[in-house]
Design a protein around this ligand. Sequence first.
Ligand SMILES: *Cc1c(COP(=O)(O)O)cnc(C)c1O
Length: 428
Amino acid sequence: MSEIYNRAQKSLVGGVNSPVRSFSGVGSEPVFITKAKGAHLTDTDGNTYIDLIGSWGPLILGHDERIARAVAERAGQGLSYGLGTPEEVELAETIIAAVPSVEKIRFVNSGTEAVMSALRLARGYTNRDKIIKFRGAYHGHADSMLVEAGSGLLTHSTPSSEGVSASVAKDTLLAEYNDVESVRRLFEENPGEIAAIIVEPVAGNMGVVAPQPGFLEDLRRLTEENGALLIFDEVITGFRNAYGAYQNETGISPDLTVFGKIIGGGLPVGAFGGRREIMNHLSPLGGVYQAGTLSGNPVVMSAGKKALQILKEEDPYGKINEKIDRLEDGFNKLRDRYDLDLSFGREGTMFTLFFNKNVPTTYEEVLESDTKAYGKFFRAMLKRGVLIPPSQFESWFVGAAHTDEDINKILKAAEDSFEEMRESTDCS
Ligand SMILES: *Cc1c(COP(=O)(O)O)cnc(C)c1O
């Protein structure tokens, strides 16, 4: 065991500050990173890795020195004032200009905080208590989002984490992603009680599952018919597939949108925005309370501004798509050669390699994936210097910093890993 992991386990819970970093889902020891450049990470033992985690989404430009310089420059003027700064106005204007449904925005410090605040705003605006979310979707760790389906005949939700009260959980109703009937039923069973639907327009946190044609449109129609708000959680999808939000590609206008990750350029951020009329219900204009000591922090805002500026100027999305085309093609060939139950779940620049015969379209199908085989593959890739997400149920992130050579190396490492996995099954 590495020395730093040993120490970490004594001082940090499980040795980490966020559970997925423990690598416990893939039967490996976690790595501890000291530095990064472009698409490459270096750990405490001096090993280098091609980074396909991308800090879980923010690093679409890779570990970018231009953003780091913008941060250093802004930091020289003071780190925080707890007062307004021009940078927060500028980043707000930038996002509003890129996402037509967003007329006003508020910045917070994480996606979790943004979701929690957007849900409060939706409840305050509609004067209703209940929220619909989709099973397998992740919206951060606010109490009301940590729910699972209860057992038995009643469709009551129960907490999915200790410490979440049953009374909070009961106001979150669970529907099935890509199954509009499950949503319609909840509206029928709870007339006049549902404040909002919250949805990742592309499911990214169960592994990447694309929305089926018409699904998001149906959610828009059902919410309008029932006086509920539609909230798109674009924490991953925002500025991911194209400059702007995923909603721009669909032509659907949600009432509220949640952002995070890319808009902070790699520093801690979250934001929620939407129709002016709804946003004006927030304090200090309205009665829905929301605040934050470090919200809109100028250093964070400068990182976000720089990231969005580069994305707009350089428009790397076509090239990122081409790199993922090559990976998809390469993995399909390896699947055929080694006769593997593999599928490439993808929507634009988001993708997951599923150890699953078919591309999953529902959470139920996602759960049929072979997580043991995924764990083996993860460890085989790690050994070869490629760091894929330490869980089957995550999106992989390829960005502007990955070179053609990186893509070649990833595919070569995959080939060698499948070869090794085949040998180990032959022996057993
Ligand atoms: C990452 C994520 C969040 C939570 O963001 P944090 O900054 O980790 O709190 C919320 N929603 C989605 C869709 C995410 O991917």
